[in-house]
Design a binder for this molecule. Structure first.
Ligand code: ZN
Length: 432
């Protein structure tokens, strides 16, 4: 971790300081994933079971986690965790229900009506990562909008533990979202199973959810294939950018930076502050708090590619943030509301000293599946709309078509499409 002063840095140094850790999308990784896709496409369940044994070190009798197994696991859940999941379910549901899209209908000319309608995706696959942490929160972030949208088929996949089980918290979250189709598999093989379908895993229209570089590569590869399926968004390692002034609480700032750093060794955290004293206080707090974390090794590695930077003023910090386009953006300075309209390229914004990034990870109600790696400039945060597609409808009366006949036939002439022109004139000439 380095302490820097933006004013004194060269253009190269500035770029270097904000460069994201290099992503592992090597040819070797792509070849491995491609091999897994081919294997699952050809051998179905047998391939997924074999790959689960190889990567997750567990030999399963089958992939499906039965309703009895889901219920039994969920029933084992501690009451306190159950209540926490209930709270998160409630806030996420409230916020996403308010996002319900409205169909629109516009008369573009007398007798010509155009509509934009929304329809829920038929079948969706929800990928919940396993590995170093079990993530019931991700099941809620994906499962609640799928439930509200009313997708007919919702399939959840997640890598099993050493006993071939999925955690009680994950199964309770699935239950709350009304998910009954659960399969024990992870990695690229799980994405392949969802994209192509196997004897037991149904093929879905779109896959959602974060994952490691293998999962991300698999999602991108299946999305390019005509026999594959769509994907939610490109997502990589987690990021947080904090903007703080002298009024911020350095302990809060450090806690937020660490909460993001502990996600993974490749996470990136950046502090921009107008106060030199704050820079040092945050560094001290980081060292103090880091020592107490169970995941301090991961957080330490993440801090290595992170930066604490002194800036001239809030305006400069805002400009840097707009350019960096962080996944999470935390505003811990006086009167943040005044700057909000200018801070548009972030996945999710956390306003004020009492809105920690951890709040959005779990329970404020916003979605925690967000674009990373600068994709916040063009991609949206996951929301209810991602579980719908929109399409259009138009209805014209004879009088309505007459209003547009001249324009349509002239444009058809210009493009040399005679049959198009005829499709209009034949109607205009018709007696009734
Ligand atoms: Zn987080």
């Amino acid at each position: 971790m380095q302490l820097m002063n933006w004013q004194k840095m060269s253009a190269d140094h500035r770029q270097q300081a904000l460069a994201r850790p290099v992503q592992k999308t090597s040819t070797a990784l792509l070849e491995t994933v491609q091999g897994i896709l081919t294997q699952v496409k050809a051998e179905g369940d047998a391939a997924v079971l074999a790959l689960t044994e190889k990567f997750d070190k567990v030999a399963l009798p089958n992939l499906r986690y039965s309703t009895e197994q889901i219920d039994a696991q969920a029933a084992r859940l501690d009451a306190k965790v159950r209540q926490a999941i209930d709270t998160a379910y409630d806030t996420i549901k409230r916020f996403h229900e308010a996002q319900r899209p409205q169909n629109i209908q516009v008369e573009t000319r007398p007798g010509v009506t155009c509509e934009q309608r929304f329809t829920a995706l038929q079948s969706v696959g929800l990928y919940v990562p396993g590995g170093t942490a079990t993530l019931p929160s991700t099941a809620l972030m994906l499962g609640v909008p799928a439930q509200i949208a009313g997708c007919q088929q919702v399939v959840l996949v997640s890598p099993p533990d050493a006993n071939g089980d999925l955690s009680p918290a994950l199964m309770y979250a699935a239950q709350r979202c009304g998910i009954t189709e659960v399969y024990r598999c992870g990695g690229a093989q799980a994405i392949a199973a969802l994209a192509f379908g196997t004897e037991t895993v149904p093929r879905v229209d779109k896959v959602f959810g974060p994952g490691n570089s293998y999962v991300t590569a698999a999602k991108q590869l299946v999305a390019q294939r005509s026999d594959g399926c769509a994907m939610d968004m490109p997502a990589g390692p987690s990021e947080l950018l904090v903007i703080a002034d002298a009024t911020a609480n350095p302990a809060f700032v450090a806690a937020d930076l660490l909460s993001q750093a502990e996600h993974g060794a490749d996470s990136q955290v950046i502090l921009l502050t107008t106060s030199a004293a704050m820079l040092e206080k945050v560094e001290q707090q980081l060292m103090q708090q880091l020592a107490q974390l169970s995941r301090r090794d991961i957080a330490t590695q993440a801090l290595a590619s992170s930066a604490l930077i002194q800036v001239a003023d809030i305006e400069q910090a805002v400009a840097i943030s707009q350019d960096y386009a962080p996944e999470h953006l935390s505003l811990q300075f006086a009167e943040p509301q005044q700057w909000l309209a200018k801070l548009t390229t972030a996945g999710s914004v956390f306003v004020g000293d009492y809105t920690p990034e951890a709040g959005g990870d779990y329970a404020t109600g916003t979605n925690h599946v967000l674009p990373t790696y600068g994709f916040s400039k063009v991609y949206s945060s996951l929301g209810l709309l991602d579980f719908y597609r929109r399409y259009t409808v138009q209805t014209a009366t004879k009088a309505g078509l007459a209003e547009l006949a001249e324009a349509i036939t002239t444009l058809a002439d210009t493009e040399g499409l005679d049959a198009h022109k005829r499709a209009v004139t034949i109607r205009m000439e018709a007696s009734s």
